[in-house]
Design a binder for this molecule. Structure first.
Ligand code: AMP
Length: 577
């Protein structure tokens, strides 16, 4: 590596009290109070993401807002921080001062946890309410008093009808992932809820896409909104580096294993791994070192001296992996870098371009690999659109891929040895053994030993489960995600043994065959052609699936909701097949 650090950010002192100075100044500059700024520094956020930079000011100033941003952009903090800032001015009543509507139960929990973390020092009382959770627990909490409710529309409406969720004290309403809520059939519920909010309540809407069907909502409920899009800056085709871009979709829990697998298969000479926060940088480099990789951590919490030491180790080749935040990696010029790995999808297309620009220099081809969580695929699509470059979706290398790759490496090493090494002194060994064994067998044993001594033993690694691209039950996107035929394509039906699966929703819920096909292909590895006959009765539906995929589909559908409601999914009990 060469010339690290000339354009690096101003060095920061590293004693705990002043750790995060840069973060403090950049978040404080947005007008956030010290308790919030402290919580963010504690989480290891080094600077606001673009959507936060643009949205927080106007929302703090009381403006309605229409923001185009997908998961992964930092949009949650963009609305949560202004809500929490208001909390302190609003004082403590029993009724909520903010209502956040989200499409799914997963998102309700996720957003609620995030708000809770940001509001740690303010003692914010946050409550997620969603279908599927016992109403009793929600009732108790609502009665005791909450500041911020994060809810799916259906359950919010239930509580409003019961009189247990009161909207009179609302200062702010947020519609998060509005396009998804409409896709899931929540339009009427949302309107009913918004009709019940106080006149003039501040309303903020975030959506990954801005389809025309959102117009009615925005015209009616947003007053002169500030409009923010984070994908404006396009990159001229000539500026784009020559980089092979790949993404793997994996669940968060499998990311460390997936990264390890990718590193093993790619065997980068030198790689820069980007994380969003300092905390993530620290924990990932620890995990990697624990797994036998030589990784160094670099983030804004290091002193210049620590930073220099890290860079010396990287430059000296003691370390082949550098794990860094965007801020800390700014100004690094790393010559021998072959791979950039995004441990998370970057918050904006711009940062993606900056990150991958670290490789593919001087006419060499670089490799950029992104690990995306299922919900972040939209952010990837945005990046593709803005950069006008394709990001190929691939499966995380399997154990078999890894073994094949290791065997190939052993073969290549033997080939090189055959060409270059003086092997005469081993002849006697081979000749003695061939008295007893076939030459082929001798060769096989020698290859085995060579393979094992190169660390190529077939240890007990496990395959990393593939993650469905879209975890929500919805049907509108016809793009035919990664590798699977588009849903609208012809359906031929399962080829082998068939199982009929019972789904406890039918015509009465407005279910159509294409909804079921969409849900199944969205949740599992199956494509439309794998699905057989579909029968829709009033209260339930039956779907024919390949027998060996039935369990996977049942498990996946059980984890999702239909129009906001949990639904029974099981094998058909009295089926003829
Ligand atoms: P979201 O788009 O709101 O789902 O956020 C995506 C991820 O980015 C979450 O894991 C957040 O904790 C993280 N995040 C949000 N804002 C920042 C920031 N300013 N710096 C680093 N990470 C962030």
């Amino acid at each position: 590596m060469s010339s690290a650090g000339e354009a690096a950010p101003t060095p920061e002192p590293s004693d705990d009290a002043s750790r995060g100075d840069a973060a403090i100044s950049s978040f404080a500059a947005l007008g956030l109070r010290p308790e919030l700024v402290r919580a963010l520094a504690g989480l290891g956020y080094e600077e606001p993401t673009p959507i936060q930079r643009e949205a927080i000011g106007p929302v703090l100033a009381g403006r309605d807002l229409l923001g185009q941003a997908a998961t992964g952009t930092g949009k949650t903090a963009a609305f949560a921080l202004p809500i929490l800032e208001r909390l302190t001015h609003a004082g403590r009543g029993g009724d909520p001062m903010a209502l956040v509507l989200v499409p799914t139960r997963e998102l309700a929990m996720q957003v609620s946890e995030a708000v809770h973390r940001y509001g740690r020092d303010l003692g914010a009382r946050v409550l997620p309410i969603y279908g599927g959770q016992p109403v009793g627990r929600q009732l108790g909490a609502l009665k005791r008093g909450v500041d911020i409710v994060v809810a799916t529309p259906g359950r919010a409406l239930d509580h409003i009808a019961r009189g247990t969720l009161k909207l009179d004290g609302l200062l702010l309403t947020v519609l998060d992932e509005a396009d998804e809520m409409l896709d899931m059939g929540f339009a009427d519920d949302i309107e009913s809820i918004l009709e019940g909010t106080p006149d003039g309540v501040q309303t903020v809407l975030f959506s990954a896409t801005m389809p025309p069907r959102l117009n009615k909502l925005t015209r009616r409920y947003l007053a002169d909104p500030v409009r923010i899009e984070i994908e404006r800056e396009t990159v001229a085709a000539g500026d784009a580096p020559r980089v092979r871009q790949t993404a793997y979709v994996v669940q968060r829990a499998h990311k460390p294993a997936a990264l390890g697998r990718v590193l093993d298969v790619e065997a980068p000479a030198a790689a820069l791994v980007f994380c969003r926060t300092r905390a993530e940088v620290d924990s990932l480099s620890e995990t990697l070192n624990g797994r036998g990789y030589r990784a160094e951590a670099l983030h804004g919490g290091l002193t210049q001296e620590q930073r220099d030491r890290v860079m010396a180790r990287v430059r000296g080749g003691t370390s082949d992996l550098l794990v860094a935040t965007d801020v800390a990696a700014r100004g690094l010029d790393i010559d021998q870098l072959t791979h950039v790995i995004n441990y998370d999808v970057p918050a904006a297309p711009d940062s993606y371009v900056h990150r991958i620009g670290r490789v593919g220099r001087a006419g060499r081809e670089g490799i950029a690999i992104t690990l995306a969580e299922p919900r972040e695929h939209r952010q990837l699509k945005t990046i593709e659109r803005v950069t006008k470059q394709k990001i190929t979706m691939e499966k995380v290398p399997s154990v078999a891929d890894l073994h094949a790759r290791r065997l190939e490496a052993t073969r290549a090493a033997l080939h090189e040895s055959l060409l270059e090494d003086e092997l005469g002194r081993f002849r006697v060994v081979v000749e003695t053994l061939t008295d007893e064994f076939d030459l082929m067998e001798v060769a096989l044993a020698a290859v085995k030993l060579a393979h094992e001594s190169r660390g190529g033993a077939d240890d007990e690694e496990q395959d990393i489960p593939e993650a469905a691209v879209r975890p929500d039950w919805k049907t509108k996107d016809k793009s035919g995600p990664y590798g699977k035929p588009a849903r609208g394509g012809p359906r031929r039906g399962p080829q082998g043994a068939v199982t009929r699966v019972f789904i406890g929703a039918g015509r009465a819920t407005g279910i159509r065959p294409q909804d079921l096909v969409g849900a199944i292909t969205g949740e599992s590895r199956l494509g439309g052609k794998d699905i057989g006959a579909i029968q829709i009765a009033d209260r339930f539906s039956l779907v024919e699936l390949p027998a060996d995929a039935a369990d996977e589909v049942i498990a996946a559908l059980r984890g999702s909701t239909i129009k906001g409601k949990k639904t029974t999914v099981r094998r058909e009990r009295f089926g003829g097949k």
